[in-house]
Write a protein that binds this ligand. Structure first.
Ligand code: CTP
Length: 456
């Protein structure tokens, strides 16, 4: 009996897939089809799979060509499978010609002519028109956003806005955008969605305007400095039928999502404490250290540290207390925000002028999870127990700058697919704005007090 094997995502099952499976079956007597998991696809940079694994398997099954269907979930599996199943022929479409020469040491390799003018990517793009994104604010983070968006199918960054026209133009030229403008209306006319990467204190206004103009919004953190403002923005998005997402990239990266899942699975028992630290020494002449109202360690990096706290301990804390090391100009060089929950504790440490160990530590009644720096770009974490021999290690891919994950989820939601909003919920976003509000009120009151003393 001649055994044949082939692999694919088989997303949005189409004629090309059908033809390939038919010809693959005709190569032998027994056909095994490997269907990829979403996580495996994500790890190899394929971020926009629409159909669930169940549905993709069912579609392959319905063709009647597969004698056996298996799941492909890791790199290197193909080599294992051909040996395990005693495969005679490994086959894939001609778009892969040359990519699987190494399989020839195990079996025959056949590249089948690919069906022309059809692909999952094409079907995805036809079922949803391309989302045109405009960038508001053309600083450091925006520069990273545009190249990352290229990895996400179904979106294109076509325009940029900056109140300083020259900056907008330079950015537009650098990234070959169609529109570079200092006029918001002109930007809104050219796009379906915006990415807001302007200075912190402008996020609320820009988000509001964009939503009012019927645009989806991906807004850099912090979305707002007041709880009521964040809540108002989500309400407005809901009313307008648009997606609003706060861009804390950590929330959407696969390793972090997995870590949250494992923490909540009960493996470390009941979670009692979350400690998260993020510090970066920043030059004293940068905005982070000079903007008296909105600069400082907590407004800069607190969103990152509050994220796992809100996700694991919840948004319903009983008390929060802030202790800071304050610079001459009144901004915080370093802040500890301590939370008390009914059944637990949490601590956020963030800083722009004090360096500390950047780790995330999740403590439970059975064990703890430790993710070392840079835990916010999660690639690795450990689950540890009383017995050191029981330690478990988890690895995950984090591609490029990591912004592609949030862009992919944003596009997915714009296209009307539910199911990814759990990664960073509205409630969590609103709660983080609430903590920022409390912190800024305290810092400002203390600054006023100091100014008062100095005045005397
Ligand atoms: N295939 C084919 N003809 C097509 C499309 C796909 O023969 N028009 C083959 C691929 O070469 C592969 C298998 O079908 O062997 C599964 O491909 P998959 O990557 O799942 O489908 P694509 O349509 O290529 O997906 P995408 O656009 O997301 O890359």
């Amino acid at each position: 009996m001649k055994k044949v094997i082939t692999y694919g995502s088989f997303d949005l099952f189409h004629e090309g897939h059908y033809n390939l499976l038919k010809r693959a079956k005709a190569l032998g007597d027994y056909l095994i089809v490997g269907v990829t998991t979403e996580q495996y696809d994500e790890s190899r940079g394929k971020l926009n799979i629409v159909d669930s694994l169940d549905k993709r398997i069912e579609n392959v099954r319905q063709t009647g060509f597969a004698d056996e269907i298996i799941v492909e979930d890791h790199q290197g599996q193909k080599v294992e499978d051909v040996q395990k199943y005693g495969i005679d022929i490994f086959t894939v479409g001609s778009d892969w010609t040359g990519a699987f020469e190494y399989m020839k040491q195990f079996c025959e390799v056949v590249y089948l002519e690919r069906t022309k003018n059809i692909s999952s990517t094409q079907v995805r793009n036809q079922s949803h028109p391309i989302t045109r994104i405009g960038v508001i604010g053309t600083g450091r983070i925006a520069e990273r956003f545009v190249p990352e968006a290229k990895y996400v199918s179904g979106v294109i960054v076509n325009s940029a806005y900056n109140p300083n026209l020259e900056s907008a133009r330079q950015f537009g030229e650098k990234f070959e955008l169609d529109v570079a403008t200092d006029c918001l209306e002109e930007l809104f006319d050219a796009v379906d969605a915006v990415y807001i990467a302007s200075p912190h204190e402008t996020h609320y206004e820009y988000t509001k305007k964009a939503l009012e103009n019927g645009k989806h919004v991906l807004c850099e953190k912090p979305l707002a400095f007041q709880k009521a403002q964040a809540a108002e923005l989500f309400e407005l998005a809901h009313k307008q039928g648009k997606i609003l997402l706060e861009a804390i990239k950590t929330a959407y990266c696969p390793g972090f999502v997995q870590m949250m899942g494992i923490a909540k699975s009960g493996v470390i028992g009941r979670i009692c404490d979350v400690e998260a630290c993020f510090t970066r020494l920043t030059s004293p002449d940068l905005r982070e250290r000079t903007d008296i109202r909105y600069g400082g360690g907590f407004t800069e990096f607190g969103s990152h540290t509050l994220l796992p706290i809100m996700k694991l301990m919840g948004t319903d804390y009983k008390e929060v207390r802030f202790d800071s090391i304050i610079d001459k100009n009144g901004i915080d060089l370093y802040t500890k925000a301590s939370f008390v929950y009914e059944h637990g504790l949490a601590l956020s440490k963030s800083g722009v002028g004090v360096k500390s160990e950047g780790q995330l530590l999740i403590s439970g009644t059975n064990g703890y999870i430790l993710a070392e720096s840079p835990w916010w770009l999660t690639q690795y974490f450990e689950v540890r127990f009383e017995d050191p021999a029981k330690k478990e290690r988890y690895f995950s891919k984090f591609l490029g700058q990591g912004l592609r994950y949030e862009i992919s989820d944003f596009a997915y939601m714009i296209h009307g697919h539910q199911g990814r909003s759990y990664k960073f919920t509205q409630e969590e976003s609103i709660a983080i704005a609430g903590v920022m509000e409390k912190f800024l009120a305290k810092r400002e009151a203390e600054r006023q007090k100091r100014v008062g003393y100095e005045g005397v």
